[in-house]
Design a binder for this molecule. Structure first.
Ligand SMILES: CCCCCCCCCCCCC[C@@H](O)CC(=O)SCCNC(=O)CCNC(=O)[C@H](O)C(C)(C)COP(=O)(O)OP(=O)(O)OC[C@H]1O[C@@H](n2cnc3c(N)ncnc32)[C@H](O)[C@@H]1OP(=O)(O)O
Length: 240
């Protein structure tokens, strides 16, 4: 998009004007969206800290913040739309996998376990720290006032946070397996009037296995972003 505007032929003037107007709206929307999401995850962080300080235990913590978490994590589906309409330069697939796996965790997995598992707290804390950093990075970046420590945190924290988050998620799905098998929840056994069979237990095992090919793609995507943003000068030298 930027390079087309730089080329700026006379014939494309009208189109470029339209693009500028559209991108001003896009920037306004993204700024609003990122501020709202930063605030949302900060609220979650404060609610978690308050709970822990008051009760002195993580038991009951997830239940106390579940609705807020579901709300903000589900709203993140909008980000797939951002990529699809091209207002952010990110892959729809990469964003889709990231967002959908989280939505799956909060809507389907955490209902199938005792939410007092330590692994739930692990992914919860990791997601919260990551999202506060990520959304504040986007916000300050859009406002052209990005403090270096936020940029640094955005492109370094994931090296630790991604594996920790994935560990928390996988351990939580694993913890859900016995309950899912015992109750047969969300499963359909034959015979039934639809003549369809679905075993949620095996579906969860497939989901766990799907982390093996999918997670490295997200992780390496972030490593590439890190090289581009933190070591940007190397990429410029290559292009030249
Ligand atoms: C139905 C069942 C499905 C089950 C599937 C199971 C398989 C799942 C395997 C995957 C496991 C994932 C586990 C995960 O949940 C664990 C964790 O998250 S743990 C915590 C650590 N996590 C992270 O650090 C998250 C890292 N990921 C991300 O940041 C993003 O989600 C990702 C899409 C992966 C990468 O982001 P992006 O490509 O956007 O990179 P950048 O941030 O560098 O941005 C690129 C450019 O886009 C602009 N941008 C993007 N979003 C915005 C926005 N909201 N506002 C403004 N601008 C935005 C950004 O500025 C960059 O622009 P430019 O290049 O111009 O500078």
């Amino acid at each position: 998009m930027a390079s087309m505007e730089e080329d700026g032929s006379v014939e494309e003037k009208d189109n470029n004007n339209k693009k500028r107007t559209k991108s001003a709206i896009a920037v306004a929307w993204l700024t609003f969206y990122n501020i709202a999401m930063t605030a949302g995850w900060l609220v979650l962080a404060m609610a978690m800290m308050r709970f822990y300080i008051q009760k002195g235990t993580h038991k009951g913590l997830y239940k106390s913040i579940a609705r807020t978490l579901k709300f903000f994590q589900t709203v993140a589906l909008v980000e797939v739309g951002h990529c699809a309409i091209g207002i952010v330069r990110t892959s729809v697939i990469v964003t889709g996998v990231q967002v959908c796996s989280r939505i799956f965790m909060v809507w389907f997995i955490t209902n199938s376990i005792k939410q007092n598992e330590e692994s739930v707290i692990l992914f919860l804390v990791v997601w919260t720290l990551t999202e506060i950093t990520r959304y504040s990075f986007y916000t300050f970046n859009l406002l052209n006032h990005l403090p270096y420590f936020i940029k640094w945190a955005r492109y370094n924290m994931f090296i630790i946070m991604y594996p920790l988050g994935v560990a928390g998620e996988l351990l939580t799905i694993y913890a859900a397996l016995p309950f899912v098998r015992k109750t047969g929840m969300l499963s359909m056994r034959l015979p039934n009037k639809y003549n369809v069979s679905f075993d949620y237990y095996y579906f969860l095992i497939i989901v766990m296995l799907s982390y093996i090919p999918l997670f490295p793609q997200l992780f390496f995507h972030m490593l590439r972003q890190r090289r581009k943003v933190l070591l940007g000068e190397i990429i410029v030298e290559k292009d030249e």
